[in-house]
Design a protein around this ligand. Structure first.
Ligand code: NAD
Length: 486
């Protein structure tokens, strides 16, 4: 085991420059080798206050710009950041663990989201209703909220950030972002690059630190008008309760346990590939990962065999090593949690067809690796069915028909994504209409589009990101009644 040089970072970026936080240093670990390589002091209440004040100072000028001009400034800044893709990609891999390929896809998508809202800046408008009464018309104005807090988890630090920052800034708000304590570095660098690219000081600020200290202080800060949160359901519920004081606006993108239904008339090869990619991508640590498969009995053996053999063939390795198809889990804690869920499930029943623990490769012994795992027909009340499983373990159940599959799919507290695989349009429509989730893919998987609203039902969240609809979560409307004439 080699020893790493530990680099120290400031932890804050506000007023257009670095700010050194006053809290205790938090370690940043390379998940592929299990070693700390950086330390970042956490933001104290005073640091959070300084970050929010920076955003509040920038708000009047930023919100007064023509919306087109805000879009142009953000567009220039995003294009500048894009020139540094080759620096952002390995940094993300190092702090998060994902493969270089996945990091490139993620950062490219994040910057693309910024550009998507730059384009939509031309579409931000209110409404006009003529003739409410004779000589009376109505105008609906749309106004930004003020300072927005963007709180983001560690699994997709840049895309989940830009989903919030892009509509918030274009709509005229200013932002204080808090990345997860274990993935602060790409966010800090991105803030620097956007500032170098021309984003005015204070418009986009970052304060790093723990959820309990920095996150709580941000949510409670009286000048924060809205909290845009992505993370786990229990933390989202806590934030919603805290935000009640001050009647703050909240959007919550929370946990998921996405069902996939494979009918007997489906393209089985395509469905099996999708199940494998959809579950093991990002080492299974995606809110929208396929987390439960329900397959029709007549084709179940073929599908189970196919998914299992794909899982066995996946090349597990460090994110920064060429050829790795699945990196490590993000932390020792995440791996412990997954191990516990797999063990508790197998103790209740089900058949393990592959995986079930860390790989035996001695080269991977120091990282937080876990082998791709498939469990067939575990009990429907086992952790694999009832909890969010945030790692590379896939349960597969045999079902009789579509009605049973939909019933099982909906027997979950979550309602984020879902998919159905069939060549029968009637079945596809039935599933799309009856599955309780914010997204249903028919014969495809897990790809979200900036053009379509995205957000969970039930315990998977509240409010939408993506699409023009996102603007409504970063603005207030005001109705103005104009009476003309005598
Ligand atoms: P988490 O809820 O523990 O943390 C998310 C963020 O919230 C982090 O920045 C954390 O520091 C902060 N935080 C924690 N406690 C806080 C508090 N009391 N006040 C304010 N901030 C606080 O989630 P995680 O484990 O980092 O991420 C994984 C979870 O995120 C999974 O449940 C996953 O499904 C979910 N997720 C959802 C989506 C979606 O779009 N629906 C996308 C990605 C991840």
């Amino acid at each position: 085991m080699s020893t790493q040089t530990i680099q120290t970072y400031a932890g804050g970026f506000f007023d257009g420059r670095e700010h050194t936080n006053g809290g205790d240093p938090l370690p940043v670990t390379d998940p592929g080798i299990g070693q700390v390589f950086a330390e970042v002091p956490g933001g104290t209440e005073a640091d959070v206050d300084a970050a929010v004040r920076s955003a509040a100072r920038a708000f009047p000028d930023w919100s007064a710009l023509a919306v087109r001009e805000r879009g142009e400034i953000l567009g220039r800044a995003a294009r500048h950041a894009e020139q540094h893709l080759d620096e952002l990609v390995p940094l993300l891999t190092r702090e998060q663990g994902k493969t270089l390929r996945d990091s490139r896809i993620e950062v490219t998508k994040a910057l693309d989201t910024l550009m998507h809202y730059v384009g939509l800046s031309r579409a931000l408008r209110g409404a006009h209703t003529p003739n409410l009464d004779p000589g009376v018309e109505g105008i609906v104005l749309r106004r930004p909220l003020g300072v927005v807090a963007a709180i983001v988890p560690w699994n997709f630090p840049t895309t989940l950030l830009c989903n919030k920052v892009a509509p918030a800034l274009v709509a005229g708000n200013t932002v204080v972002a808090k990345p997860a304590g274990t993935t602060p570095l790409t966010t800090l660098r991105l803030a620097e690059l956007l500032a170098d690219g021309g984003l005015p000081p204070g418009v986009f600020n970052v304060v790093t630190g723990s959820g309990s200290v920095t996150g709580t202080a941000l949510v409670k800060h009286p000048q924060v008008r809205k909290i845009a949160f992505t993370g786990s359901t229990p933390v989202g519920e806590r934030i919603m309760a805290l935000a009640a004081r001050g009647t703050k606006r909240v959007t919550l993108e929370l946990g998921g346990s996405d069902p996939m239904i494979i009918c007997d008339d489906a393209d089985l090869a395509a469905a099996a590939s999708a199940a494998s990619m959809g579950r093991f991508y990002n080492c299974g640590q995606a809110c929208l990962a396929i987390k439960r498969v329900y397959v029709f009995e007549p084709v179940a053996d073929e599908v189970i065999e196919s998914i299992t053999s794909k899982a066995k063939r996946l090349k597990v390795g460090r994110g920064d090593v060429e050829g790795s198809q699945m990196g490590p889990m993000h932390s020792a804690g995440q791996r412990r949690e997954l191990s516990g869920q797999v063990e508790r499930t197998l103790a209740l029943g089900g058949t393990l067809t592959t995986g079930g623990g860390p790989p035996d490769d001695p080269e991977l012994a120091d990282g937080f690796f876990y082998s791709p795992t498939v469990i067939v027909d575990p009990p429907h009340d086992s952790p694999m069915a009832t909890e969010e499983v945030f790692g590379p373990a896939l349960p597969i159940w045999r079902v009789e028909d579509l009605a049973e599959a939909i019933e099982r799919a909906n027997a979950s507290q979550f309602g984020l994504g879902s998919s159905v695989w069939t060549r029968d349009l009637h079945r596809a429509r039935q599933a799309a209409e009856q599955i309780e989730a914010g997204y249903t893919w028919i014969n495809s998987r897990t790809k979200v589009y900036d053009e379509l609203p995205f957000g969970g039902w039930k315990s998977s969240g509240y409010g939408k990101e993506h699409g023009e609809e996102a603007f409504s979560y970063y603005t207030e409307t005001k109705s103005v009644v104009v009476t003309s004439g005598p």
